[in-house]
Design a protein around this ligand. Structure first.
Ligand SMILES: CC(C)(COP(=O)(O)OP(=O)(O)OC[C@H]1O[C@@H](n2cnc3c(N)ncnc32)[C@H](O)[C@@H]1OP(=O)(O)O)[C@@H](O)C(=O)NCCC(=O)NCCS
Length: 180
């Protein structure tokens, strides 16, 4: 594997040129996932992230993910999480370990820089093994989110990663905003 250089950049500081590259990779990676044909997902206005994690080989953007930070509720308690969204590796570079390396760097960043007790992501059942290799665990198959002043439910695989001593909480997960 050629050396992957990982950069964490606040979303607000992403240049329009880099933003176009991110958008192109996102479209390419998710072109076949059928999400646009699933009414539960196609109507979602996805959350804006706070940070982008970008993996480059030389000048080429090969893998990326976005990182929102949010206080959510689980059952009757509030808890801060960092999200992982839009995880995507360029199709020309699948199975080279780039995605795993970026996810691992994101884990360190969530723990040391974002300083949250948990990571949280949603994924299709098919991609679950990719996250399980990085020790993410299934926490639920349903969550609540908010959009257009409405509370909605989404049936999906919800995975969490414990980053500090605190154990995961019991109860329904409410993202208290848009999903990522
Ligand atoms: C999921 C994805 C990001 C993985 O990126 P990658 O850089 O190819 O991942 P890695 O090379 O680090 O994979 C490491 C291991 O994870 C597992 N893995 C990789 N991609 C997988 C996938 N799509 N589904 C299930 N397991 C996967 C494999 O065990 C792999 O080991 P192998 O290469 O020996 O088979 C990439 O397939 C992708 O962009 N898919 C399309 C977009 C998508 O579905 N993103 C996830 C949204 S939740």
């Amino acid at each position: 594997m050629t050396e992957l250089q990982v950069r964490f950049i606040p979303k607000a500081e992403i240049t329009s040129e880099l933003d176009s590259e991110i958008d192109a990779l996102d479209k390419l990676a998710f072109a076949d996932d059928g999400i646009d044909h699933d009414p539960e997902f196609s109507s979602i206005h996805w959350s804006e992230p706070d940070w982008m994690a970008l993996g480059f080989v030389g000048e080429e953007l090969v893998t990326q993910l976005c990182l929102p930070k949010r206080e959510i509720s689980v059952g009757t308690e509030k808890v801060w999480v960092a999200g992982i969204g839009g995880m995507a590796t360029h199709p020309n570079h699948h199975h080279k370990g780039y995605g795993s390396k970026l996810l691992s760097a994101a884990e360190t960043f969530m723990r040391n820089d974002m300083r949250v007790p948990f990571g949280l992501l949603i994924c299709a059942d098919e991609t679950r093994p990719f996250y399980e290799l990085a020790r993410w665990q299934v926490a639920a198959d349903l969550l609540a989110y908010h959009q257009d002043n409405e509370r909605k439910l989404l049936r999906t695989c919800v995975m969490i990663l414990q980053l500090q001593d605190q154990a995961w909480l019991a109860g329904e997960i409410d993202l208290c905003g848009a999903p990522w």
